[in-house]
Write a protein that binds this ligand. Sequence first.
Ligand code: IVH
Length: 725
Amino acid sequence: MSAKKTVDKLTADEAKKELARLAEDIAEHDRRYHGEDAPLISDAAYDELRKRNEAIEARFPKLIRPDSPSHRVGAKPSEKFAKVVHAVPMLSLDNAFDDEDVADFVARVRRFLGMKDDTPLAFNAEPKIDGLSASLRYEDGLFVQGATRGDGSEGEDITANLRTIKDIPLRLEGKVPNVVPGVIEVRGEVYMSHKEFAALNKRQEKEDKPVYANPRNSAAGSVRQLDPSITASRALNFFAYAWGEASKLPADSQWGMLQQFKAWGFRVNPLTRRCETAEEVLKFYREMEKKRASLGYDIDGVVYKVDDLDLQRRLGFVSRSPRWAVAHKFAAEQAETVLLDIDIQVGRTGKLAPVAKLKPVTVGGVVVQNATLHNEDEIARKDVRIGDTVVIQRAGDVIPQIVRVIEDKRPRGAKAYKFPDKCPACGSHAVREVDEKTGKEDVDRRCTGGLICPAQAVERLRHFVSRLAFDIEGFGGTTIETLFEADFLKEPADIFKLTRRPEELGRVLAEKRAEQSAERRAREGKGEVKAKSKKEEEGEGKLVENLVASIEARREIGLDRFINALGIRHVGETTARLLARHFLKIDAFIEAMEGKGALEELNTIEGIGDVVAEAIKDFFDEPHNRKALDRLLKEVDVKPMAKPKTSGSPVVGKTVVFTGTLEKMTRQEAKARAESLGAKVSGSVSQKTDLVVAGHGAGSKLSEAQKFGVQVIDEDGWLKLIGDA
Ligand code: IVH
């Protein structure tokens, strides 16, 4: 390709075409490189293609294709994990919760083996790693298959993902068959360290992705990715501690097996200890309990295993657990402290989340000063009051929980907590929605100040400029964040005010870019940036010019897009269109929403239910929103919708049936549109039916239409007929 346009000059249409071409080209190069070992282009040229793909996707995130090369690295990931039947089942362990349970376990073992109390019986004591177990199959020393535990009999094939874990040797050290058996399945735990866990969650947060609750979940989530490159990007670890099928066992004790694992190249937990007596085993437990907080990874107990493999064989299993082992679990880490305050944090979607502010206290080696209170009902159920002494607990999860209140220690006069009904970030009303079907209140209270709430602002503004709303080109997420932080942008109207201060706009954006590049250089260990060249300055000027032009280009907008842009809860593109077609003009819409009969009127609109109607009403009831809306209307010109034709409509008075899956509209929307054109929409086909619109996978109704000789058209035919195509 010659003289390629720079990415910032591409139109959406060009971008779409190029992304399609890139997906195809890169896939072809991948196939040649990985599958056939016969690359057509240099690595550098290949990297260029991927970079170009990434850059276009960064600018047009909505156009990212399902088959985009950015979703994968190397060979194509499978659609779903294949099943693996475990030749030897993967068992679980019986639990012991106190010393007595452990004594019972030891007595049971002795009794089963007919062993006298003074006969020596050695145990291997190991930390119980809180991750997920995996089985690794080696044939002739080569790692050929890795699986999850699944239900114990059948797991999932996650070979490709496990290959990315550096603790898992791809080839066992030592010669086959003297040192390495022909077939051996090594089992153990995949886990994530606290450090990596914290770093991962930080990255997730930065990329607006959900954060993981604890290292175990994040290890499991990481290993069960369809794309191995994601697994590879997360540093996972593996400890070997058990085995499955084996053509020959290299040792006759659990301890000996672990030593062999080490020799083959695995990591074995260094704290593992061979204990000669039951007392030693308990001593190990207490030591681990103390060490637990400083290990850098989660353990939830210790495991005792009869060391001698012959004895293990004799002991065998009861249902799904071995008789020769037990997991001695740690008690959940609890502590008492005082609830100093309840802080209400507002999430990006407006959810009010209560956070307990605690007098700092150490729980299992970690200083805790915040705990989750979940929601309003939870606070009421536990009757948590400010000033209360509470029991908190860390149960694997990073965020501790409040278990209960110690009522005896409640200070006199402590009042029941009243959950705020105003948003602490913007002062707007905060409401709990009622589910239409069940009549139940949502557990969460949400802020209704969508347009002005600073906690939600960036997200709202992003939606405001997005493709199906105002569609302002070149106004991406980072631009919004930069301008928001610089106090240039608080609400939608501000976007249009920017065009009157291009110099300042340019300065803020340039400063941000300089800051980013300085950070990057510092990270890469490079020195100061040189002064900007004339050319660079001109380039920046051009960028601002383009941005101003794309904002100006959107000062006029259709009512449906405008309503969608407002980001009213539950009002997306489809509902916005229904509203626009009903009200036709923005003034009529606002006036109706401010009147007494707002809900009634909304209820007459086909396709708008109670929950949606309430949300719209809540939005307009919030004075902050109304003011922001007025400010916006001073900046933009909302074009009225064309009145739908009823007279002269090709379908007036006709009975229409929609069947099959429609792609360009929802069923509800199709029905509403047909009715607005004067048609009658029916759910079943009869002799009276005039027209059947058949989407994909249309079945019995289609055959009935044919039986009655009713005219059948497809979705596109329908759109053409009613003039919407
Ligand atoms: S032995 C036949 N050893 O705990 C015995 N399990 O609650 C198989 N686990 O599914 C398990 N550390 O995921 C064993 N040192 C250890 C362990 C361990 C963690 C996990 C493993 C197992 C679960 C049973």
